[in-house]
Design a binder for this molecule. Structure first.
Ligand code: AMP
Length: 300
């Protein structure tokens, strides 16, 4: 099978109560594709400026990520996002968003991507997400993510995209705003009535809930003592989840549950270092042993 990921490749400025990192590499597509690359060969669609570091491009290639859909705009500046975390890592504030090359980006799906089985519309402008639908040929599964910015600024397009997807990745704060419902179970059920057949409700350090019409599965977040930088946890979850499904070529309930565990495992690695740094040393054996550890954690 094959997995296409559309999203941001970015510079992030991250502030935590302990440290600040200026313009490090991030982006929803970057995190997601790196996490997925441990399971399959993801194909990405994104845009960067000429200022984007060549060594990161080499690193993505080394991870066997297909970059034919990555556009480099001559003279352009890469998308920049700045976020601030409080003592509670689940609480994040967006300080600044500079769209830069994203402002005029209309993605072109390379011919070699068009027959992809799984499409992931990572956090990006809903207009761009919608544009992707026009270009792909009957994927088996389409998943999407979003953030508060798009829920408030482009609700109409966002709801249209939501209507056409199979899986919606969303966090607790976003789902409450989107559904106007405080209770997360009711909110999840409401989303099931809005298009998707599966909702993956991410709750940061408290794990995630998987909702389907006849499925409810809860998954812990790995108990991590040193959360260095929570950025990218959601995208890494999606990358692990979808990368695993692409590898096993099945969307059965059993594999959905296992995919959610792999999603949580990949997120748990990402937050152990700033930006994408943890992926520079992460070995497949570490993923497998953390997966086994999860089994022990939840068996009774
Ligand atoms: P996550 O922590 O998984 O929610 O994702 C964080 C990533 O999302 C960061 O690396 C940012 O570069 C990226 N991001 C933040 N805001 C936006 C936005 N408006 N559009 C696209 N990507 C964004």
């Amino acid at each position: 099978m094959s997995l296409v990921i559309v999203g941001s490749v970015a510079f992030d400025t991250i502030e935590t109560p302990w440290e600040r990192k200026e313009k490090i590499v991030g982006g929803s597509c970057t995190y997601c594709s790196l996490a997925a690359s441990y399971f399959t060969r993801p194909k990405i669609v994104a845009v960067v400026g000429e200022d984007f570091p060549k060594d990161t491009i080499s690193f993505l290639k080394k991870r066997n990520i297909d970059l034919r859909g990555l556009k480099i705009v001559p003279g352009g500046k890469t998308f920049h996002w700045q976020g601030r975390y409080g003592y509670d890592p689940n609480q994040r504030e967006t300080v600044r968003t500079d769209l830069n090359v994203f402002e005029n980006f209309r993605p072109e799906i390379p011919a070699s991507y068009k027959k992809a089985d799984i499409i992931f519309l990572a956090n990006i402008d809903p207009d761009i997400q919608e544009n992707i639908f026009l270009q792909v040929e009957k994927p088996k599964l389409v998943a999407m993510d979003t953030i508060g910015l798009w829920i408030s600024s482009k609700p109409t397009t966002l709801l249209r995209v939501l209507k056409s997807v199979d899986i919606f990745f969303v966090n607790d704060e976003e789902i409450r705003i989107l559904t106007n419902e405080r209770n997360l179970i009711r909110a999840g059920k409401k989303i099931l009535g809005m298009g998707p057949s599966l909702v993956i409700l991410k709750k940061g350090e408290h794990g995630a809930l998987v909702f389907g019409p006849d499925l409810l599965f809860g998954i812990l977040a790995h108990p991590c003592e040193d959360v260095i930088d929570p950025t990218g946890a959601g995208d890494s979850f999606a990358g692990g989840f979808l990368g695993y499904l692409d590898k096993v070529r099945s969307f059965s309930k059993k594999e959905i549950r296992r995919a959610a565990v792999f999603g949580s495992v990949m997120a748990s690695f990402t937050i152990e270092d700033f930006g994408i740094d943890r992926f520079k040393t992460l070995k497949p054996g570490e993923i497998q042993s953390r997966f086994e550890h999860f089994k022990k954690l939840i068996s009774f």
